[in-house]
Design a protein around this ligand. Structure first.
Ligand SMILES: [Zn+2]
Length: 59
């Protein structure tokens, strides 16, 4: 399974995921504490990207 970090755009395998967060029912994955922190401060800024990228993974 490959996921995309919505903050920096990196593609991550599950063992590269540093942190994850749930935002309005979407699971978001981050490569580092920096990206996770940026997301938590401004989730709305990244939520749309997370929806689009993770929807493709699910399809
Ligand atoms: Zn990142």
């Amino acid at each position: 399974m490959i996921v995309q970090d919505p903050v920096c755009g990196r593609h991550l395998t599950i063992d590269q995921v540093f942190a994850s967060a749930d935002h309005e029912g979407w699971e978001c994955f981050f490569c580092s504490a920096v990206c996770a922190g940026r997301f938590r401060k401004q989730p709305a800024l990244f939520a749309q990207a997370a929806r689009q990228t993770n929807r493709k993974q699910d399809a």
